[in-house]
Design a protein. Structure first.
Length: 96
């Protein structure tokens, strides 16, 4: 079974492909994605890597606190998304 890892503090230049290539040093990468801002298309500075269980633990040890593209990474097991309250629309969002 695969384990999903959170990878934070990514450089703006880091792409999904370069993230996958870097984590391949720790084992088999099932998938890798760097999240981007919907409006600007620029990286949001974090992403997710999915790896086999044993490889994921090795990747956390290898990359957490280490440098990638000039930034010190934060790598840990991803937590499931939690329910969030709906966004409130105020007068500023309508342009009044």
């Amino acid at each position: 079974m695969a384990k999903k890892l959170y990878v934070g503090n990514l450089a703006w230049a880091t792409t999904s492909d370069s993230l996958k290539a870097a984590f391949a040093a720790a084992g088999t990468v099932v998938s890798a994605s760097v999240l981007s801002d919907k409006m600007t298309g620029r990286s949001r500075g974090f992403g997710f890597v999915e790896m086999e269980d044993a490889d994921a633990d090795k990747a956390i040890e290898m990359f957490n606190g280490k440098d990638l593209d000039g930034r010190t990474l934060t790598v840990n097991e991803a937590r499931p998304m939690t329910e969030r309250a709906p966004r409130r629309e105020g007068s500023f969002s309508r342009g009044y």
